[in-house]
Write a protein that binds this ligand. Structure first.
Ligand code: NAD
Length: 475
């Protein structure tokens, strides 16, 4: 069931946003380069806040979804955030250290360094599907890199947005980090501000609008977008194992995961085996769906209607729709459902599904399956199930995607030491880990001339001396 929440007053929130932005800019001007101790202190306060408010946050997210598994909020949102914090704390000193770089023979004995410098005030726009993870994990990188941040939460998670705003105000001054809530109007005002960097996580369609708005200020953007992530199973891989791992990844958060397997490319002839294994896997994990605390609701009626619309559209156009369990339609949930025989005319193969529906497409050869993937926009994730290393290298080199999971789904997204980021239609730039630190830093090249040097040899008036030098330089 989905309950109503009083909408925010957009005008008041926009005014508040502008004030916050100006205050953060002023605070940045006063202290443009926070040292290691302050960065560590901010990260320590973030940890404390997350630990103190865990129950409160889980309850708020559950209320926003109608129902969200508390275990999944803790495992999929809090755990990777805290882990990312630990990783950043461990490596912070090394990341902050200016890196010495080489100097070519013509400029010696000067020295070169790259100095990571805080950018200033950064904006973070958050979607509704993992609102805690996608607000707090980028903040770890922003803090590690010495920035101030304002976070825009989704209008679909207003209770959690309010809980987060309250929690931050207990642990941080609003000039360090602040939360704004509200709908599209607030979001548009947010993306039109001259941030020093803007990180947007959300849909590809809105990502385009954000990039357009940012272009007016030449604000650099990182776009963490979505899309249809293919899952390719080789004929030699045990189907039961593949089905279990794919269904696990698909059913987490009821498929409302940016890197959820969107569709499966299965060797022709294995459909019945896959269907039976998928059904058994769902029944083992979720003996019932409607009242199961481990199975999350579709976030709201709009999305529930969208997903039911996909199934109706597919069925009407001739696909075989196979629900893997019974589910009371009034529960706010949708049972995991396979779709066989889907075609390009069906919505289920056009839009990112973002729900517990899994089209299964049959292929004859690996080349054909790779060709199918490559004929479509570059996905955020690609999953490949196979134990043969030669074929794994082939798939890796012949496809391009934001990230890859071999013989597993989702888990590559939660690795502290791997960057997260899309490519092409699934996004640009990187978040998290070392790359996240660099995203929120200016990597400033510094060339330092030495007291004694040969530069005068190059000064005009040009003549024989420079001719000789150029002869050597242009070899
Ligand atoms: P969305 O694009 O509808 O909204 C995301 C955020 O953008 C919200 O805060 C919203 O208020 C704001 N917004 C809406 N209109 C805007 C505008 N015109 N200008 C600026 N901001 C605007 O996405 P969603 O429905 O909340 O989330 C689902 C999408 O996010 C899926 O496509 C999913 O794949 C993607 N996603 C990607 C990642 C990733 O890491 N790549 C992670 C999670 C979700």
């Amino acid at each position: 069931m989905h309950a109503q929440f009083e909408p925010h007053d957009s005008q008041a929130e926009k005014t508040r946003l502008l004030t916050l932005f100006e205050r953060q800019r002023a605070a940045y001007a006063e202290q443009p380069f926070p040292g290691e101790a302050l960065r560590r202190d901010r990260m320590a306060r973030l940890r404390k806040m997350l630990q103190q408010h865990t129950d409160n946050f889980c309850a708020a997210i559950a209320a926003d979804f109608g129902h969200r598994s508390v275990h999944e909020t803790r495992a999929m949102e809090l755990m990777p955030t805290l882990s990312s914090l630990r990783h950043a704390e461990k490596h912070l000193r090394r990341w902050m250290k200016p890196q010495r770089r080489g100097v070519s023979i013509w400029f010696r004995p000067a020295s070169n360094t790259v100095v990571p410098q805080p950018l200033g005030v950064v904006g973070i726009i958050v979607p509704w599907n993992y609102p805690l993870l996608l607000a707090a994990r980028p903040l770890v990188s922003a803090f590690a890199a010495g920035n101030r941040a304002i976070i825009k939460m989704s209008e679909f998670t207003p209770r959690f947005g309010e809980a987060l705003r309250q929690a931050f105000s207990e642990y941080f001054d609003e000039t360090e980090v602040a939360v704004v809530n509200g709908g599209v109007e607030v979001a548009q005002a947010f993306s039109a501000l001259p941030w020093d960097h803007l990180l947007f996580t959300g849909s590809t369609a809105v990502g385009r609008q954000v990039m357009r708005a940012a272009a007016d200020n030449l604000t650099p953007v990182t776009l963490e977008l979505g899309g249809k992530s293919p899952t390719l199973v080789h004929a030699d891989f045990p189907i039961e194992t593949a089905a279990q791992r794919i269904l696990y990844g698909k059913c987490l958060n009821s498929g409302q995961t940016c890197v959820a397997p969107d569709y499966v490319l299965l060797p022709k002839g294995k459909e019945a085996e896959f269907e039976a294994a998928a059904r058994a896997s769902v029944q083992r994990c979720y003996p019932n769906i409607a009242s199961n605390p481990d199975y999350t609701n579709v976030v709201n009626h709009r999305h529930l209607d969208r997903l039911r619309g996909y199934l109706k559209d597919a069925e009407e156009k001739g696909a075989r729709v196979v629900p893997l369990a019974d589910c009371d339609p009034a529960s706010g949930k949708l049972a995991p459902t396979l779709v066989f025989g889907a075609t390009d005319e069906m919505k289920v193969l056009q839009d990112e599904i973002f729900g517990p529906i899994l089209p299964v497409l049959a292929y004859d050869t690996l080349d054909e399956a790779i060709g199918y993937v490559n004929a479509r926009p570059r996905p955020l994730a690609l999953y490949y199930f196979d134990y043969d290393n030669n074929r794994i290298s082939q798939v890796l080199s012949r496809t391009i995607s934001g990230g890859v999971g071999i013989n597993e789904t989702i888990l590559h997204f939660g690795q502290d030491d791997l960057p997260v980021g899309g490519v092409g239609a699934s996004g640009m730039g990187n978040c998290d880990g070392r790359e996240g630190f660099e995203t929120f830093s200016k990597l400033k090249p510094v060339f330092a001339q030495s007291r004694l040097n040969g530069m005068k040899l190059f000064y005009p008036p040009y003549g024989k001396r420079i001719e000789t030098l150029l002869k050597l330089m242009l070899r």
